[in-house]
Design a binder for this molecule. Sequence first.
Ligand code: NDP
Length: 237
Amino acid sequence: MTDFTNKSVLVLGGSRGIGAAIVRRFAADGAKVTFTYSGSPEAAQLVAAETGSTAFLTDSADRDAVIARVRDSGPLDILVVNSGIAIFGDALEQDPDAVDRLFRINVQAPYHASVEAARQMPTGGRIIVIGSVNGDRMPLPGMASYALSKSALQGLARGLARDFGPRGITINVVQPGPIDTDANPEDGPMRDLMHSFMAIKRHGRPEEVAGMVAWLAGPEAGFVTGAMHTIDGAFGA
Ligand code: NDP
């Protein structure tokens, strides 16, 4: 546990899965947490009621809405950009509008949210973006747009670390491997194939990712920026 009392935290995409675990972790550690959701209002209200956090309907595919949500949050100590989607299937068959929506959610929202947060963020501020081990390694067909989007976050962190370092703000990417969520349930059909790539043959838990996020947001990580932090049971090793 890290003491985040009086810290203001915004989690983009906090209604389910890894994002909900991050909301729970910061709330349990004393932070004042707000989070966004899009398609899961009931789940969002449950997480908010459970944790004492506040949920806002904000579609991460809507650039101006994301910027407004960050701006209206006031000075944030910690921004976590978790919202992300994947689309699967033959690249030659995919709807280009669906691919572009993925890029808006997975790439454009992290960029614009990070820049907007830095305008008001105090010295010591932390930005953490949830990428994927697929930014490093893509062993399966049909997920090129997703892999591209997660690789792009590496350039985002490396570049913005240079811009934000002089302001005393760090930015890092957490790169999970398979994590047991609605998007990638451990009892799903891909389980054995994914575990075959791994040294620790199980899905990770959302709480394990939240623990890494909390460390990056805490006082011990002040010298850590522009870096990728993989938590994947050696999926990408
Ligand atoms: P889930 O699908 O279980 O949850 C996704 C979360 O993001 C939900 O809270 C969802 O909210 C929110 N979200 C999705 N689209 C939008 C949107 N347009 N606007 C606002 N919020 C949105 O996914 P995971 O928890 O598994 O994944 C979270 C992150 O971790 C993603 O970035 C994903 O790429 C990454 N990741 C996940 C891995 C895994 O194995 N699970 C592995 C590697 C990376 P709502 O339902 O309300 O729209």
